[in-house]
Design a protein around this ligand. Structure first.
Ligand code: HEM
Length: 242
């Protein structure tokens, strides 16, 4: 029981922290797009959040490693051995010769594989954030690893949890007291972050953001006061002519 509970808490916290690493960047991007400039300060809470992204990412990686270790220990548990024996006994009673369920085999192969890939990508990101490694990388390489591989890890981790859920999404028995199963709740924040990222990907947003980050500023919209002054200044040369 402690192993099972821990192995729900650890991946949930890990994937939530990973989503929280990328959420402030998206909020900052949306704020810059709205303001049309990069020269205005972000709110203090957002600046503080942006500054702790590395720590959140490292913690996420650490918890993911613990989750992988816990998962690998599943078959070693005594409770699991009893369970396997009970299943075997039931199978004999039902006179079933073969217990192979292809769908379950595929599901497990895919989600374990996705989990291992997620951990691998997270390891690369973590290693690249070590000062001795990051000092030897150009700014472009560093941001590519942290940004692109980071979103890839989030995507793979979310896919890992979704495939783990498989068809349990639509199984009413999973909704105890109308509460969605834990893997659905664990996926909500990462899915929202990935959705916002996808919305900001088209060139109409990403191109504008790139310009803003290079220093471009949106011209101020004409206010009533400005418009009046503009029209007056346009009239002046005409009067002088007369
Ligand atoms: C070697 C790598 C990994 C392995 C072997 C692995 C294995 C597993 C297993 C066996 C489960 C099912 C747990 C259960 O039966 O209760 C699971 C669930 C899950 N894993 Fe992983 N995993 C790995 C990496 C990751 C990583 C890197 C993340 C995210 C950052 C992650 C996130 C999740 C989530 C969110 C769930 C659903 C937990 C729930 O039921 O609420 N896993 N994983």
């Amino acid at each position: 029981m402690p192993v099972l509970v821990m192995n729900k808490t650890l991946p949930w916290t890990s994937i939530t922290l990973l989503a929280l690493v990328y959420l402030p960047g998206l909020l900052a991007a949306m704020l810059q797009l709205y303001r049309g400039t990069k020269y205005r300060r972000f709110p203090a809470w957002l600046e503080r959040w942006l500054c702790v992204r590395k720590q959140l990412g490292l913690l996420s990686f650490y918890l993911a490693c613990l989750h992988a270790l816990y998962s690998l220990c599943y078959p070693m548990r005594r409770s699991y051995r009893y369970k396997v024996l009970n299943w075997a006994y039931q199978q004999v009673q039902q006179k079933k010769e073969d217990a192979w369920v292809s769908e379950d085999v595929w599901r497990m192969e895919i989600y374990i594989s996705l989990g291992i890939m997620t951990l691998g990508v997270l390891a690369v990101i973590t290693v690249s954030s070590l000062p001795s490694v990051s000092n030897n990388l150009s700014w472009r390489e560093f941001t590519w690893i942290q940004r692109s591989l980071g979103y890839m890890a989030l995507l793979l981790g979310t896919a890992h949890a979704l495939v783990y859920g498989w068809s349990k999404w639509v199984d009413p028995r999973q909704y105890v007291w109308y509460t969605p199963p834990s893997f659905i709740l664990a996926c909500l924040l990462p899915l929202s972050v990935l959705l916002v990222k996808a919305v900001l990907l088209p060139p109409c947003f990403s191109g504008r953001l790139e310009l803003i980050r290079r220093g471009w500023e949106r011209p101020a919209l004409p206010t009533r006061h400005n418009a009046k002054q503009d029209s007056k200044s346009k009239e002046k040369p005409l009067l002088t002519k007369l």
